[in-house]
Design a protein. Structure first.
Length: 289
């Protein structure tokens, strides 16, 4: 396993970050991957990163950063490490309501009275250990204990598929798990099969509601979206169409300070707050259409 080089910088808006990411792809030597995403620290900044198999041209990087109004790239060498194996060693079972997320190595530790969600470490987000995922699972548990029972469920930005699987296991209902990343889609499909809900969880690739599986058929009674504040705001118009009247949307990926702004946008699209959970600085909103 060879070493990897990273080059990282930040910009204050997504349009500029996307343009810099596109320019970075054309660098020589070319990066093996490029990403641009909003930081989760509430700063409002977007990180642009390139990943290289050999040391990048730092002069070319400096020129790119200057041309796009970004800070200079921080270049670092990342020594090889089996990250998946490390995650498997370090993550212990995590309980959220009646759910418990765990890896194969901890299967013997799961009480029979809980709903187990076996999530294997892979190149996809959402092992169930982050406070945002825990908040979504707790919100799901509260909905169920209050008598709510949907017929159709969707998880937008599903990552490993943990939330779609939780709903499928809880209610034995059909769920769609979609993600912009094809690797995440494959991971979710594998996890659904491992958890015995493969026939119930349909996995699809696409940004937002672009996946056909989310656009077609009747509206959903329950939709999860555990992503970030800005994309959650952009999703509100589509959610107003694809969440059935009286249905629920469980939103997370929100720092506590970001939640009021997201809630205000969704209120303008016909949603009202049904519940709010805060876990370790992160907010999960349950909204009713």
């Amino acid at each position: 396993m060879s070493a990897t080089w990273t080059a990282l910088t930040t910009l204050p808006d997504i349009e500029a970050a996307d343009l810099l990411a596109q320019a970075l792809e054309r660098l020589d030597p070319a990066p093996t991957g490029v990403a641009a995403f909003e930081l989760e620290d509430g700063s409002g900044l977007y990180e642009v990163g390139g990943y290289f198999t050999e040391k990048p041209d730092e002069v070319a990087l400096a020129l790119l950063a200057a041309a796009h109004g970004a800070r200079g790239f921080a270049v670092s060498k990342v020594e090889p490490r089996d990250w998946v194996a490390q995650v498997r060693r370090e993550l212990s079972p995590v309980r959220a309501g009646r759910f418990v997320a765990y890896g194969e190595h901890d299967a013997h530790r799961i009480p029979s009275n809980l709903i187990g969600l076996r999530i294997e470490a892979a190149m996809a987000f959402g092992t169930g250990h982050h406070a945002t995922t825990q908040g979504c699972l707790m919100a799901l548990d509260r909905l169920a204990r209050g008598g709510f029972r949907p017929r159709r469920v969707a998880d937008v930005g599903a990552g490993t598929g943990v939330l779609a699987m939780a709903a499928a296991k809880l209610w034995r209902v059909r769920a769609v798990a979609s993600d912009i990343d094809a690797v995440a889609t494959a991971t979710a499909r594998a996890n659904a099969a491992i958890n015995g809900v493969g026939p119930l969880v349909r996995c699809a690739t696409g940004a937002g509601f672009r996946a056909a599986a989310l656009r077609e058929g009747p509206a959903f009674e329950l939709v999860f979206a555990n992503i970030l504040a800005r994309p959650l705001k952009r999703l509100a118009p589509d959610m107003a169409v694809r969440v059935a009247p009286g249905g629920r949307a469980i939103l997370s990926g929100l720092l506590d300070a970001q939640a009021p702004g997201v809630e205000a946008v969704w209120r303008g699209w016909g949603f009202s707050r049904a519940a709010r959970l805060r876990v370790n600085g992160w907010t999960t909103l349950t909204l009713r259409r």
